[in-house]
Design a binder for this molecule. Sequence first.
Ligand SMILES: CC(=O)SCCNC(=O)CCNC(=O)[C@H](O)C(C)(C)COP(=O)(O)OP(=O)(O)OC[C@H]1O[C@@H](n2cnc3c(N)ncnc32)[C@H](O)[C@@H]1OP(=O)(O)O
Length: 420
Amino acid sequence: MTSDDHPHTTTDIRDIPESDLDRALDLAYLAFHLKPADKTRRHHHDLLRECARVGAYDGGSLAGMVGAHRLTLSIPGGRLPCSAVDFVSVAPTHRRRGVLTSMLAGLWRRCADEGRPIACLWASESAIYGRFGFGAATEAYSVEIDSSRPLALRLAPDARPLRLIDPADAAEVLAPRYDATLPHRAGRFTRDRAWWRNEVLDLDGARSAEDLDGFGALRVVVLGAPGEVPGGYAVYRTRGPGDNRPGAVRVDELEAESAPAAAALWSYLCSIDLTTKVQIDARPADDPLLYLVADRDQVRVTGQEPSLWVRLVDVRAALAARSWASPVDLVIDLGDAALPANAGRFRLIAGPGRTTSWSATTDSPDLALDVRELAACYLGGSPLRRFVHAGLATEHTPGAVRRLDAALETAWLPFTGENY
Ligand SMILES: CC(=O)SCCNC(=O)CCNC(=O)[C@H](O)C(C)(C)COP(=O)(O)OP(=O)(O)OC[C@H]1O[C@@H](n2cnc3c(N)ncnc32)[C@H](O)[C@@H]1OP(=O)(O)O
């Protein structure tokens, strides 16, 4: 297939066969300025082999590639097969000639073939993906706790025992607690054993020294007795004091069934000897931690970033798959320059216990928006009114935005932990 999706592209867009996996990785390392260790390369090789792979070939050479993990994402009220885009690379000799644009068009065809109504990704730069219809659908706070003193709490922590477990056993022990979060937290991936092993726990040590930044071995602490579903757990690493830095705890993941369970885990992490700081790269914006501390000055939000970007590849299927918090009946003008099959005027009829309908209409519109804004709102993370206030969506009928926002709302904000 020769691509005509962009005026400057002269590359052939086609699947990358397994025999080209090494060339594909060489291209990725060229684009990302990496020189990984052998075990990291082996890990990437294994990951990429399992991906859908779209390549841009210029004669005999590979000039671009997109990989997509075949994952399942939690959405409000359910789960959806998702193309989790990764390894996006274009050779510096071929940049800004429409290669990425053409490869993504190829990827949308793969999504349709594989029955994946949504795609998602972590963006290396936020400026890249909006034009392709991606919206920032989950966001994360980075948080730092001053643990030079005990964590002051407004409630009694869960009194069950805490125990450290062997990370090799962690996937089996932690999975039931993690899985229990999926029905109420959209934006999370279902995890098989390999995903736990490599993406969450890094058991083969494929993470680079820069990633680890002096932090030591992985530790896993679990709340509750062996044999029962944990009340909570934390996956973390520690770094002792030295080199003009205080000792610190870095938390990769913390899940808890309740606020007291979370309080027990945070208290533990804040009490580890020779450390005076607990840092966490990604927490949900509605993390109970921010409210259950008695002294809010002890917990600092140090950053707020978009995390998972979502693309509604098949808008009708994506809308039909999610649940709705309240009834809604609205006419929406939807723009989608990259996937015109989604664009047009549609009546959305949806609500609790109701089959969602998204059908073409000529009635006058209540709202006008682009698919990237719909994607940003899809998991319940951003109300549409923010985009109306920013001049990026239009309310033609007063009250329409309020009704759509009420229907899209979820009890918990969507959140994505691992940055694959
Ligand atoms: C999910 C992930 O893997 S994220 C990682 C993304 N990859 C990287 O950052 C690696 C280094 N960068 C690259 O390999 C390439 O520059 C890519 C993949 C980011 C872009 O590939 P290109 O083939 O140059 O993109 P393409 O030519 O199709 O650009 C399409 C449009 O996006 C714009 N665009 C592309 N990259 C960027 C960027 N980094 N910032 C802002 N705009 C961008 C282009 O200007 C172009 O706009 P136009 O249509 O108005 O002219």
